[in-house]
Write a protein that binds this ligand. Structure first.
Ligand SMILES: Cc1ncc(COP(=O)(O)O)c(C=O)c1O
Length: 465
């Protein structure tokens, strides 16, 4: 789980050296990716910014991919890389897994969409119910749709409008959750009075005002805020949170935190939504819900559920799902439970994400964490590792990060980008951004992990040289 931080920072980082290495590595990546550059010049004439999603933007151009098989991807220049990005954590099955390819091939020939239920959707619900201990399921097509619908269900179930989220957490791109994310350190505010700030333009203040943020890993602060909301006459419908935060690198819940949140939410009649879009199916067969032994009222899944096809799901208790069952909440969507997606999800759950697969993922992560720990210890680079099954990261901070404020206060702002460049230039396709983590797949090998560690060692050596 959380390795001990190396305290105090034994290395005062040489900023000029970081700048010099960053410039060198940027140049190398650009020289290695001329076809991506050419594709970008074509793409930006018809696709805004040359990309389908703003999360794919990169200066001077994005890296366009061509193919993926197992743990390997190739970009359009033919650069071969081991994939630790895995589609922002969606491809825990590895690319083009034979079981999923077969299921999709068989399904595609039999018709891909009816907007009528198919048997695969029943099988997927049965398996998810077994894994997550939540009896009732519905489908959507993305993580955003899953959290949007879960919040609506909670509002209908409780008759309340305000929602509570964790400060700094990302839950997709609908208005109610695009609040209090990526806030500059000086604008965060006190733990009991965190700001409700819209993330980007186009979000009505009326929507962001209904979302109240509290710090992660601080159950007393959550309870105080809920009590204040009750006093103000706007008790919350739900707390929506990731049980382990996956957009500050990886931040695990402190012992007892999730149990306390469960108790507080029960006590105040607030529904607890675990957003397991990233953790679900990636950290254990039954996600973080199983891993930490705390069952929410509603859980949201997406990403890894569809084995690479757009997917999403909401699971819940009978009571939480009652507004959907009664028809009071219209939980709808033309592509919900799409046959192709359900065929892929079923094959993934039944044939790929087996108990042996999770044992393999755990062994891989142990190897990666141990290797990175060794590098940190040998070089004195300030940082520590965090890992949970297929997910993990090196956190470039001399102190342990427990929430968004400590992340912004202590995470090195420059090293994540430099580390990304080193990886990309040396055959490791890595998630960009200071808040991201790696995701391993069942197709990864111990050698793949050693490759990551070797590149990390080169970075660390160059930094301390
Ligand atoms: C925890 C969490 N919830 C929801 C979402 C939104 O998912 P999607 O991008 O599929 O809409 C994300 C996306 O990264 C996420 O990390």
């Amino acid at each position: 789980m959380v390795a001990a931080p190396t305290t105090p920072a034994r290395l005062s980082l040489d900023r000029a050296r970081i700048a010099e290495l960053t410039a060198r590595e940027e140049k190398r990546l650009n020289e290695q990716t001329p076809m991506s550059g050419e594709m970008y010049r074509r793409a930006r004439r018809s696709m805004v910014g040359g990309v389908p999603s703003s999360y794919q933007v990169r200066e001077p151009w994005p890296i366009y991919l061509a193919e993926g098989r197992g743990s390997t991807v190739w970009d359009v220049d033919g650069n071969q890389m081991v994939d630790f990005h895995n589609g922002f954590g969606s491809m825990v099955q590895g690319h083009a897994h034979p079981a999923i390819v077969q299921a999709v091939q068989e399904r595609v020939a039999k018709g891909t969409h009816f907007a009528a239920p198919v048997e695969d959707a029943i099988a997927v619900s049965e398996e998810l119910a077994r894994r997550f201990g939540l009896p009732f399921w519905r489908y959507v097509n993305s993580g955003t749709e899953a959290t949007m619908d879960a919040i609506r269900i909670a509002r209908a179930q409780t008759g309340r409008e305000t929602i509570v989220k964790i400060f700094g957490s990302y839950h997709g791109h609908h208005d109610y959750v695009m609040v209090s994310i990526s806030v500059p350190y000086e604008n965060i505010g006190a733990a009991d009075d965190l700001a409700s700030l819209p993330y980007g333009a186009g979000i009505p203040k009326a929507a962001s005002d209904l979302t109240v943020a509290v710090p992660f890993n601080d159950a007393p602060a959550m309870e105080r805020r809920i009590e204040r909301l009750v006093k103000e006459g706007r008790p919350p419908a739900c707390v929506i949170m990731e049980p382990a935060m996956m957009n500050l690198g990886v931040v695990l819940p402190e012992p007892g935190y999730l149990e306390a949140v469960r108790e507080i939410t029960h006590k105040h009649g607030v529904l607890l939504i675990f957003d397991e879009v990233k953790t679900g199916l990636c950290v254990a067969p039954g996600g973080a819900t199983e891993k930490f032994g705390v069952t929410p009222d509603l859980v949201t899944l997406a990403k890894a559920l569809g084995g690479g096809l757009p997917s999403g799901a909401i699971g819940g208790t009978e009571e939480a799902m009652a507004p959907v069952a009664s028809g009071r909440v219209y939980q709808v969507g033309t592509y919900n439970g799409n046959p192709l997606t359900m065929a892929a999800a079923r094959a993934s759950l039944e044939q790929v994400l087996t108990p042996e697969a999770y044992a393999h993922l755990n062994a891989l992560n142990d190897r990666l964490i141990a290797g990175c720990d060794r590098v940190l210890a040998e070089t004195g680079l300030p940082g520590y590792t965090v890992g949970i099954s297929s997910k993990g990261c090196v956190t470039f901070s001399p102190e342990k990060i427990v929430d968004y404020a400590s992340f912004m206060a202590t995470q090195d702002p420059e090293l994540p980008h430099l580390a990304w460049l080193y990886m990309m230039n040396r055959g490791v396709f890595m998630t960009p951004g200071r808040e991201e983590e790696w995701t391993l797949s069942v197709a990864h090998s111990l050698e793949d992990c050693d490759r990551y560690v070797a590149v990390f060692a080169e970075l660390a050596r160059d930094l301390v040289a």
